[in-house]
Design a binder for this molecule. Structure first.
Ligand code: PLP
Length: 374
């Protein structure tokens, strides 16, 4: 049996909406589905403005850029993350300041943020990781106390809440990805949400090559990007929005299946089921091998692959990225929790279309590899 790490399904509404683009010739970013998707997505998150973009990385590039940071300005973010938030800070020309991961939720360690704040700090960039959100209440209190921007990376958290409020509604700017492993997919795609009309306007400006809204066309005062989303992509997103709750229920059922059936607690930590502010949505189902595990995470991945089961290793820490080391960044810095997660973590097949038979096969394979007899 082959079990892909991600599998998803598209429905008939997606076909209808995409066909409408084709029939009406509205396939570019000028097509009507883009604005509709922006409005619906923003409403779902109780935000006023949505700016649809080419992908989640582009959303972060723009969000950091519109803050107008200077080279000495500092942005605090987790070291345990995908590179996109860090590269966005780098492109914005500011300094990346890292904090370690929380051993329970795998998100940034909230209690380490205050010590990282200096007079040069301008923003905090939380990244919600794998299924449980960052604890936003104390983070927002710190941001308010020190008058800092919050840019919230909610790429993995579409539909998740913290303290009952939608993830992606906490930041001055919040960003999302619609890559096919997300809860809503447009193939490639992303979104920025904000309540600030000026920031929204600046996001649209940088998304569209910094064309001057009132100036002569093709005369530019700034360098931006073409990070526009097409109507074809927005058609897919809009068609899927009504299914979001169903998709999340499916993710939770997948996570619960692994939680109930994997009997490997002597060798691996499974994700936390809940925190006081959120239940896990299991965007992906991660395992972190313990020191006494008979094999490494890498060996486990190889053995599962031999049985047709795809996995992915956990993120690799930002302070250990060769590209940043080459730049002389993060010298002699160490973040032990994040380093342990990066070296010992992997995630199992977690797609929306993963079948019960496939999940049973994965559980059986993991038990076989660990020689666990039930
Ligand atoms: C937390 C996080 N941020 C940003 C991104 C980048 O999104 P994209 O792949 O759409 O550029 C991802 C991608 O998975 C992600 O997980």
């Amino acid at each position: 049996m082959f079990v892909p790490v991600n599998a998803f399904e598209l429905g008939t509404t997606e076909q209808e909406f995409v066909l409408e683009c084709l029939k009406t010739n509205w396939i570019s970013s000028e097509g009507p589905f883009v604005q509709q998707f922006e409005a619906e997505f923003a409403k779902l998150h109780q935000r006023q403005f949505g700016i649809a973009v080419a992908n989640g990385t582009a959303a972060l590039d723009i969000a950091l850029r519109v803050l107008g940071l200077k080279p000495e300005d500092e942005v605090i973010m987790p070291t345990f993350t995908i590179i996109s938030p860090a590269s966005a800070v780098w492109y914005a020309g500011a300094k990346i300041v890292l904090v370690d991961a929380d051993p329970l939720t795998w998100n940034m360690a909230i209690e380490q943020i205050e010590a990282a704040i200096t007079p040069k700090t301008k923003a905090i960039l939380p990244v919600h990781i794998y299924g449980l959100p960052t604890d936003m209440k104390p983070l927002l209190e710190l941001a308010q106390k020190y008058n800092l921007w919050v840019v919230e990376d909610a790429a993995e958290m579409i539909g998740q809440t913290a303290y009952g409020q939608p993830c992606g509604s906490f930041g001055h700017l919040s960003t999302f990805s619609f890559y096919p492993n997300k809860h809503i997919t447009t193939g490639e795609g992303g979104m920025i949400l904000t309540n600030d009309p000026e920031l929204a306007e600046r996001c649209r400006y940088f998304r569209n090559l910094c064309f001057e809204p009132n100036g002569r066309r093709f005369v530019h005062h700034n360098i931006g990007w073409n990070y526009r989303m097409t109507s074809l992509q927005a058609a897919l997103g809009l068609a899927q929005l009504p299914r979001l709750a169903e998709n999340l229920a499916q993710k939770r059922a997948l996570g619960q299946f692994y939680q109930n059936n994997l009997k490997i607690s002597q060798y691996a930590d499974l994700p936390l089921k809940k925190m006081h502010y959120a239940d896990n949505i299991y965007w992906v189902f991660g395992l972190v091998l313990k020191p006494n595990a008979p094999i490494s995470a890498e060996e486990l991945a190889t053995k599962l692959a031999q049985l047709g089961i795809q996995t992915r290793p956990f993120f690799w820490c930002m302070h250990e990225q060769p590209v940043f080391q080459k730049m002389g960044l993060f010298e002699n810095q160490s973040f032990p929790v994040a380093e342990r997660l990066a070296r010992n973590g992997l995630y199992l097949p977690s797609g929306l279309a993963t079948t019960k038979k496939q999940l049973e096969y994965v559980v059986e394979a993991v038990h076989k590899i660990f020689c666990i007899v039930l």
